[in-house]
Design a protein around this ligand. Structure first.
Ligand SMILES: CCCCCCCC(=O)SCCNC(=O)CCNC(=O)[C@H](O)C(C)(C)COP(=O)(O)OP(=O)(O)OC[C@H]1O[C@@H](n2cnc3c(N)ncnc32)[C@H](O)[C@@H]1OP(=O)(O)O
Length: 229
């Protein structure tokens, strides 16, 4: 890990990006960096390396960060590689293949709703060996948002209630499921659960949420770079 970081650090700066890339080509590059960053985050929170090693790695990482040059996305700008709402989100902290924070969760259609699969690691730890409660809330919030999209009513969370029945184990394949349970005007009721992949019957965390589809004026104000707003 250390030597490879230093190898990268001593290479010349990455050239500026040309104006246009095929989205798939760009997504593959973003996902590759995301994968390596997640490995770095995991190694960082698991290591027992000496302070000298940590300082050396710090220098290498600082040097790598300086290579990410070029234009920076503005606050509300939607990345050109994304499909918002309801599609690919490369930097989502839950599903984004390019995010060092994301497990990342893989979302697929499932009986009457959507399923999400992922493994939480040490970086997502709450109690020793188990997932942070906020992480479970984040997984469910996002998946419940996907359930709204799948039901044809993209919406934002206005209320999320969680019940933590059992701790969520780290380093264990997990399965989340979410489905819309009711729609009343712009208000969408959604339920969600987290179980392990091995045992779908034992609910670890359950959630009930209310999501609201913003009215068109509000959507325009919130997402000015969204096509069609
Ligand atoms: C595809 C994957 C997506 C992943 C995203 C995951 C989900 C997220 O994390 S979203 C981010 C977190 N959520 C937010 O930031 C939302 C913050 N809230 C808002 O911006 C606004 O409330 C917004 C835009 C949702 C709705 O605003 P607006 O369009 O003006 O609606 P508003 O008139 O206030 O409310 C509409 C209806 O919902 C109801 N409502 C509002 N809040 C609540 C609530 N907490 N509980 C129940 N009902 C509510 C209102 O009473 C109203 O009902 P009625 O018409 O009967 O009076």
């Amino acid at each position: 890990m250390n030597s490879s970081l230093n190898d990268h650090a001593t290479t010349s700066a990455v050239p500026e990006q040309p104006a246009h890339h095929e989205p798939e080509h760009e997504r593959a590059a973003i996902a590759a960096l995301g994968h390596e960053l997640r490995a770095l985050v995991d190694a960082t929170v698991r290591t027992a390396a000496s302070p000298d090693t940590l300082h050396r790695v710090t220098d290498g990482v600082r040097s790598l960060t300086r290579q990410l040059t070029g234009r920076r996305r503005a606050r509300a700008e939607i990345p050109s590689v994304d499909e918002f709402p309801g599609g690919v989100r490369m930097y989502s902290p839950v599903t984004g293949a390019g995010s060092p924070l994301a497990p990342p969760m893989r979302v697929t259609p499932a009986d009457g709703g959507v399923a999400g699969t992922c493994v939480l690691g040490k970086a997502h730890e709450g109690p020793p060996g188990y997932g942070h409660g906020g992480m479970s809330a984040m997984l469910l919030d996002e998946l419940m948002g996907w359930a709204c999209v799948a039901a044809g009513t993209p919406a934002m969370t206005v209320s999320l209630q969680l019940r933590y029945h059992r701790p969520v184990p780290l380093d264990t394949p997990l399965r989340a499921f979410a489905q819309v349970t009711g729609v009343e005007d712009r208000r969408v009721s959604v339920g969600g659960v987290i179980t392990t992949e091995e045992d779908h019957a034992t609910v670890l965390v359950a959630a009930d949420g209310v999501f609201v589809s913003p009215d068109p004026d509000r959507a325009r104000a919130l997402f000015p770079s969204l096509p069609g707003t």
